[in-house]
Design a protein around this ligand. Sequence first.
Ligand code: ADP
Ligand code: MG
Ligand code: MG
Length: 944
Amino acid sequence: MVEQSSQSYNQQQAIQAREARKYVYLFREGNGKDKKLLGGKGAGLCEMTQIGLPVPPGFVISTEACLEYFESGFKFPEGLTEQVRTAVAEVEKAMNLGFGAPINPLLVSVRSGAAISMPGMMDTILNLGINDNTLHGLIERSGNERFGWDSYRRFISLFGSIVLEINDEQFHLAMERLKEDRKIAADTELTVEDLKDLVNIFKKIIIDNTGKSIPQDVYQQLFMAIEAVFASWNGKRAIDYRKEFKITPKIANGTACNIQTMVFGNMGGNSATGVAFTRDPGTGENALFGDYLDRAQGEDIVAGIRTPKPIAEMRNAMPDMYRELLKVRETLEQHFKEAQDMEFTIEEGTLFMLQTRNAKMNAAANLKTSVDMVNEGLIDKEKALLRLDPSQLTQLMYRQIDPNNTLQPIAVGLGASPGAASGEVVFDADEAEKQAKAGKRVILLREQTKPEDIHGFFASQGILTAVGGKTSHAAVVARGMGKPCVSGAADIKINHITAEAYVGGNRIVQGTVITIDGGSGKVWLGEVPMVEPEISENMDRILKWADEFRRLGVRANADTPMDAEVALRFGAEGIGLCRTERMFNASDRIGLFQNMILADNPEERHEAVQKLLPLQQEDFKQMLRVMHGFPVTIRLLDPPLHEFLPSEETIERQINVLQKCQQALGDVCKLPQILEDIDPSLQTVLAEDEHMLLNLSEIQSNELKQKIDLLQKIRTLREVNPMLGHRGVRLGITYPEIYETQIEAILMAAGELIKETLPVRVEIMIPQVCTSQELKRVCDMIRRVERRVKDRLGIYVLYSVGTMIEVVRACMRAGRLAEMAEFFSFGTNDLTQATFSFSREDAENKFLPFYNEHKILQDNPFEILDVKGVGRLMHITVEWGRRARPDLKIGICGEHGGEPSSIEFCHRINLDYVSCSPYRVPVARLAAAQANIKEKRGIIKPFQ
Ligand code: ADP
Ligand code: MG
Ligand code: MG
């Protein structure tokens, strides 16, 4: 029995060993396309090796090994150590060197590298394989004693700090003390004897901290280093970085570990190390760009011990090497079809490549590179479009500080929401509103902001806070509104009580003009010249290509003719949402509009509304004129009426003041009588005053009565849940005068333009619809008005009628609604609120950040369309709607219409167009093209 079971155990072992997974890949065999398995660095090394570039031999331990190491409680998976030993033997053979050999020793680097590059977040150990014996072999091999000892001390400190987790300050301080002792400044002045001393000191640091000597067994060194590299994946630095850049396990999981033969840029003359880009990442210029340092190891550049030289100087200093590097540049770009960012080292006149990856470039450089690479025949237009990140375009779509500006900032905070703005400082939100109403451009300066400051955000050009990070209230809200914001400018000391601020000897009071740049976080005193966002030649080219490839239409949300002009400039093919409420909020109309709201009966209301008609008509006319035949979707009044009225508190405060006045006035009115009683002869003199006072008191009490009336009305209009209350089509049906007037204004505007023989396409859109009866009533109303307009103008006005889809019931009744509606437009802001039953403000200010952080929800559904819930509803709506009316036109006008991943979804459910803010139109054009190209290539499929 015992025999048998032990036998079967052995058999099992044997099977497992035979089936042990492959964890180790030589550079010459690994699949360079598989970054997930080999990490970006490993994949790049494999790829470069296999296309014949000079890469020091080595191998990759896969990310799978790393994950299994964590899963099994920090143990190497079965078979890994054997596979590593076999691979080392291969490298020894290729190099004709021996790992741990006293003569001709092999030294390696042990380098981390995940699927996504996380620069500086994980660890790399150099010169591994050096010990008291191999040191002498290394000295012999290089013929350079100093180099040998220098490599040894570097290894001990790297191994000590990374693997043994000793604070590297200890090594640093020891070296500084020695330099002080020998009265030298630069590391390079250390003599062989100094370095020998340093090695001993470093060895002692290791013993003092760990109670053990630094391992002399090179395989022990190697396996400990591999563990340390694996562990760095879960180091605090790396975890924080992944959180910040939203790197999920799906994108990158675990780090690979690269073991690579060391090459030495510090070995002697004609040696160097450097970092280079195949194209200039700042401008996109097609020329080698970078830095190098002669007689140095890679880490010296990073550590900033010596200042590197621009790579162009290599042309004269090391002409052969420079020429070779140019050849490498060519080979890499031809192979990867993408600009590369590479690390190289030159050891005694031989060039070695140590890393390559896709270059990160700024937005403008990326556009130029796309255009150039097509012109060079390197890639086609589709690839040129796909390689761009649409949201990067937004960087180019904000007002920016003039690049030629030389003014020095007074403070620097965090660039929390991009764009630049100038204005007069105000210290609180009410003041911001007041000043803005008076026509001032203001910047809201606060220690930090709170939800109740929201009206101040609306009124301001930009927001500046002294406290708070990129996810502070100010930052989040400003980004949502697309307003520039600098947060956490801690040098600014604010006193909210005295309403003043100090920064570097400058005093800022209300009205002081400042400029902020929400991209760089800089703050200036006074006005700094800015440049308006423009479509550059390269962007224009790219966007025209995008237009060739996209199926989705792109429109803009625009409420004013000015917005509409911007939208056209950026390539919008129509207005997908023109909100009419902004027109009522203008200072010359709000009074008229309030009269209408407060009217006691339909007649009064009608009269008030008639005064608004010509004003609205003129607005619509201008808008339609600017759009010159492109479709313009005008939405009838949507928000609840109370938004147009003063708040109850304001009126109450006014009443209070008036009541006090009345009392005081009452006392004053008694005065003439009292005087008269004292001296009756004054009667004639006082009569006039008495008369005046009585008048005054009457005016006063009338005003008080009016205010009390107003308060009464506001109170009757008060709703518990105004956003779910008397608004949108419900208001339009119960107060028909409003919609009738708006419809008449729209049709008259269109009709008059038609009479001028201008092209007009107008679409009337009804908000908040949830039942077909609502739609029917408004449609009937439209036909009534249409007849009136026809009688007046003597012509037919062509128009179409459609509905917003922003209520869940509307989705469920899509088929029925489509019988009447000629188009649907998804209002995904409200639809998201309705689907989640979240109010956006409360969600974003209270629990959403927590939900996102703890992955209860992956994204903020108000930024990135929730495909699984809201998206599913949209898909059903599209299907049912088109079944009832095959040519039903369907678009989206929520904020998601300008967000690339949401645009991709809109493409997948076959919408006709997306509509977004004018400044996002270029983003949408590119994202729409990418969606279509991806579908063509089978990368995405229609949503099912
Ligand atoms: P990071 O990902 O932080 O850039 P790397 O693994 O690329 O870390 O290595 C850090 C530095 O060490 C780089 O400058 C790199 O070029 C250099 N280096 C890595 N491996 C070797 C090697 N085998 N020979 C010479 N230098 C190396
Ligand atoms: Mg590197
Ligand atoms: Mg809505």
